[in-house]
Ligand binder design. Structure first.
Ligand SMILES: Nc1ncnc2c1ncn2[C@@H]1O[C@H](COP(=O)(O)OP(=O)(O)OP(=O)(O)O)[C@@H](O)[C@H]1O
Ligand SMILES: [Mg+2]
Length: 256
């Protein structure tokens, strides 16, 4: 059975997409079979997998899965980057529909059963809001990773983030684990970043959550690889970003 990981935080711009893409990339680089699911209507991950900024019309996406028009396996796109169920901007209009519909937040979980034996990992990117798609990811996941920025407001918001995940978990996925909080876009030259890096594990101990030992440093190669829709591990394997994500994945495999 595949281990299903949701990368989630209701805050925007914290490195969810970057983390989801690089965890998937690192796992594939090691040799695992990975399926990526883009649950964010912004479809940023999808554009990286597809190597383009716009989707060709008529292709099957997560929308087809949500509408139950196609099975999940029929919506998997096999790209040079890897296998993906593409996100779809049209999903944005349907959020309220699936939030209120009975079973609307369990669609991905149920659809995934069909391909469970075919992959080692399923990595899910989620949108920056607590809506139907974040819920679908959390209901389908074995565990989640929460990227946070080393900024005061981000750390202040951690309680709220964990409460949100716990309430969603109580509603629909009792077994969900919080694999850990991940510090992203970390600049060690910035004293504020360094101070928060020290505080976070202390805070984690108090609240009972794991903080990954590896912060992801600010790294131009990370941004560049995504902008060029290239695998960081295959193009800039010696960069700080690749080393940090590789260390994170090792830590994750130990947690698992
Ligand atoms: N380690 C890094 N070094 C440099 N830039 C980074 C790093 N990680 C992420 N970024 C940049 O930060 C920005 C936000 O990252 P990303 O899109 O992954 O966040 P997100 O949480 O998915 O955002 P959203 O909530 O809008 O989906 C992007 O421009 C990305 O290229
Ligand atoms: Mg994103």
């Amino acid at each position: 059975m595949a281990t299903k990981i949701a990368i989630t935080n209701a805050k925007g711009g914290v490195g969810k997409t970057t983390t989801a893409l690089n965890i998937a990339d690192a796992l594939m680089y090691i040799g695992y079979k990975v399926l990526f699911i883009d649950l964010d209507p912004q479809a940023n991950s999808t554009s990286v997998y597809e190597g383009s900024i716009s989707r060709r019309p008529g292709e099957k996406t997560l929308l087809n899965v949500m509408e139950k028009k196609n099975s999940l396996s029929e919506c998997i796109e096999h790209t040079a980057f890897g296998d993906i169920v593409p996100g779809d901007p049209k999903l944005a209009d349907q959020d309220a529909v699936y939030t209120t519909k009975i079973g609307g937040t369990n669609i991905v979980k149920n659809a995934l059963k069909e391909v469970d034996g075919l992959y080692d990992f399923v990595v899910m990117d989620t949108p920056p809001n607590i809506g139907a798609y974040m819920r679908n990811a959390i209901y389908a996941a074995d565990g989640c990773i929460c990227p946070v920025l080393p900024k005061k407001f981000a750390i202040d918001g951690l309680n709220q983030l964990l409460d949100t995940i716990k309430s969603i978990k109580d509603d629909g996925n009792q077994n969900l684990k919080i694999y850990g909080i991940l510090l992203t876009i970390y600049d060690k030259r910035n004293s504020q970043d360094r101070a928060l890096k020290e505080q976070l594990p202390v805070f984690g101990k108090e609240l009972g959550f794991h903080v990954f030992k590896t912060p992801i440093r600010t790294c131009q190669d990370v941004e560049k690889a995504l902008a060029e829709c290239k695998s960081l591990f295959r193009t800039k394997g010696n960069s700080n970003g690749a080393m940090d994500y590789a260390a994170l994945v090792q830590e994750l495999l130990e947690v698992l």
